[in-house]
Design a protein around this ligand. Structure first.
Ligand code: ADP
Ligand code: MN
Length: 266
């Protein structure tokens, strides 16, 4: 329908001489044949039109910026594509999140990394859907195919992603009050996630929260567990501790972990 192009050498799986050297340096590895096929299929179906450079390259997944043109003359829509990696090693320690999850009783066979990454992408997609429909700010999930997840880009219209809370530049005169209100905002999000979505994030920290304009956004929910998961409360305590530690370092007079726990679960 529309001129669809893939810009990154990455996606083409080719090396061009010195073009986009920086991009390639940060994207660290070339996408495999299967992933390129899935991206092409998504381009053909219009979920994305262009795939750009890597926003993030992690142990378990890479996140790429992308653009879709839903209407020929309309404005482009910024998207993010999370591609889970099929490396077995980094997924081994994630088993504890899956074990005891009634939604995923079968299919989580160890040793099958392709099934595993598909499962993680699926979990992230479903959790995002749940969190998004509960009115919590997070990327809207758009499309899922095997280990490739297309979602809304949390960023500006030019495609620049919002910073992680860890890197947020909050330096106004009232920064103390801003930090305090962000802390309160996060407590509300955690409570809503528990009470409405029935989920515990299980990897919540200043690295998995994005920040823009006094608003927090929750990301990275593939490991999030049901509230009745055998270890959900242990994970919740960990989330409370990690986020509390961060806000304390930012100078917020935080509540005790116990009080926060009761607020979230009561
Ligand atoms: P992981 O930590 O497993 O590598 P994340 O889901 O945390 O994967 O994504 C890695 C980074 O990519 C995030 O810290 C964030 O900076 C960026 N990112 C992820 N999803 C989005 C999104 N929807 N919009 C903007 N940036 C994103
Ligand atoms: Mn993360």
């Amino acid at each position: 329908k529309h001129a669809a192009k893939i810009r990154l050498d990455d996606v083409k799986g080719e090396q061009s001489k010195d073009k986009d050297k920086a991009d390639r340096a940060t994207s660290e590895q070339v996408l495999d044949q299967r992933t390129r096929m899935i991206l092409l299929q998504m381009i053909n179906r219009g979920f994305v039109s262009e795939v750009h450079g890597a926003i993030s390259t992690g142990k378990e997944a890479n996140v790429y910026g992308a653009v879709a043109y839903p209407d020929l003359d309309g404005p482009p829509i910024q998207r993010a594509i999370k591609v889970y990696k099929t490396a077995i090693l980094s997924f081994k320690d994630r088993e504890r999140y899956i074990t005891g999850e009634h939604r995923f009783k079968s299919g989580a066979e160890k040793g099958n990394s392709r099934k595993m990454v598909k499962l993680w992408a699926e979990k992230e997609f479903r959790n995002l859907r749940r969190i998004h429909s509960a009115g919590i700010k997070c990327p809207e999930p758009i499309q899922l195919k095997l280990h490739v997840l297309v979602m809304e880009l949390l960023g500006d219209r030019r495609g620049y992603a919002y910073p992680r809370l860890r890197d947020a530049a909050i330096s106004s005169e009232d920064s103390e009050e801003v930090w305090r209100s962000l802390y309160i905002q996060l407590l509300g999000i955690m409570r809503r996630m528990y009470q409405v979505c029935r989920l515990v994030h299980a990897d919540l920290s200043e690295y998995n929260i994005l920040y823009n304009d006094r608003q927090l956004y929750i990301i990275d929910v593939s490991q999030s567990v049901e509230h009745d998961h055998p270890r959900s409360l242990e994970f919740l305590r960990m989330d409370i501790k990690n986020t509390g530690d961060f806000f304390r370092r930012e100078g917020v007079d935080i509540l005790s972990d116990r009080v926060v726990f009761d607020f979230i679960t009561a």
